[in-house]
Design a protein around this ligand. Structure first.
Ligand SMILES: C[S@@+](CC[C@H](N)C(=O)[O-])C[C@H]1O[C@@H](n2cnc3c(N)ncnc32)[C@H](O)[C@@H]1O
Length: 278
């Protein structure tokens, strides 16, 4: 494509309000098979479709993950959770890690790629997400079903880390979402249920103790304003919030992991206390 044609496409993206127009054009060009497809994608981008849905890929850390037009696009902020999981399993020889609510499976894919001796599973209720996560994480590693109930039974009591980005936006905050998310991602992937958006988080925290090994950990991405309620829910299930510090995170005054990036994302990290031997 000529530089004049490129400049026209760039101008269209800029006028449509794409703040990172040059990066977006470079990404569209990277995956387009020819100039006609590139132009068609710019048309659709100008109408609001996310770049990742158009090209079918998203960069997550060092990985190129497959995404689909009907699936949630993993956010860069979730690298905080991926890196925290690495930190949590760092000292274990053959860790077992599960990503429920996996979407296309960014956390599970990150662990599978960086800890080759690990056993990784992921689950989601959406069959299209499961299909794409299987490509990203590995065939046979992704189960279709709610929460943890569809995992192989032999994992019960054996999981070292359960790491999740469940839907956690309260319905009342729908207007605050970027229009790309509201218009192009499934509502079931965004809204967490309950007045505070934490219904999925609470159900995961209730299920987790049966599946975790002694001293196992559940790590959940949330909005920073939801942390206090999530911490209370974790304690009610016998899980103790713990403090994990690494190079990508900072810790607030009560020991929860929060990102120093957008100031909104936080992690609840809670551990199953040692069970009393029978
Ligand atoms: C916010 S998206 C996160 C996906 C992925 N963890 C990521 O960060 O890209 C939440 C995912 O939860 C799935 N989901 C919604 N309700 C569910 C449920 N009851 N049980 C399991 N998964 C569910 C959605 O299909 C969606 O893929």
């Amino acid at each position: 494509m000529t530089s004049a044609a490129d400049a026209r496409l760039l101008g269209r993206l800029r006028r449509a309000g794409c703040v990172f127009a040059e990066d977006e054009l470079a990404e569209l060009r990277r995956w387009a098979s020819d100039a006609a497809e590139l132009t068609a994608w710019v048309d659709r981008r100008v109408r609001g479709e996310p770049v990742e849905h158009l090209v079918g890929h998203v960069r997550f850390g060092d990985l190129d993950l497959a995404v689909g037009a009907q699936t949630f696009v993993p956010r860069q902020r979730s690298l905080l959770l991926a890196k925290t999981v690495s930190r949590l399993i760092g000292h274990r020889r053959r860790p077992v890690v599960v990503e429920p609510f996996c979407g296309v499976g960014p956390i599970a894919a990150h662990v599978a790629a960086t800890h080759r001796e690990s056993t990784v599973f992921a689950t989601d209720v959406d069959p299209e997400a499961v299909r794409l996560a299987s490509r990203n994480v590995g065939i046979g590693r992704v189960r279709c079903g709610p929460g943890l109930s569809c995992l192989p039974a032999e994992l019960r009591g054996r999981i070292d880390v359960i790491a999740a980005v469940p839907p956690y936006v309260p319905e009342s905050a729908a207007d605050l979402l970027p229009h790309e998310a509201r218009d192009h991602e499934p509502a079931a992937a965004l809204f967490g249920g309950g007045a505070d958006g934490l219904d999925h988080v609470r159900s995961l925290l209730a299920e987790a103790p049966d599946w975790l090994t002694d001293g196992g950990t559940v790590a959940v991405e949330l909005n920073i304003g939801q942390l206090a309620a999530a911490r209370t829910a974790a304690r009610a299930e016998g899980l103790s919030p713990v403090c994990v510090v690494d190079e990508v995170s900072v810790v607030d005054e009560v020991g929860d992991v929060v990102t120093d990036g957008d100031g909104q994302t936080a992690l609840l990290v809670a551990e199953l206390s040692q069970r009393t031997p029978v």
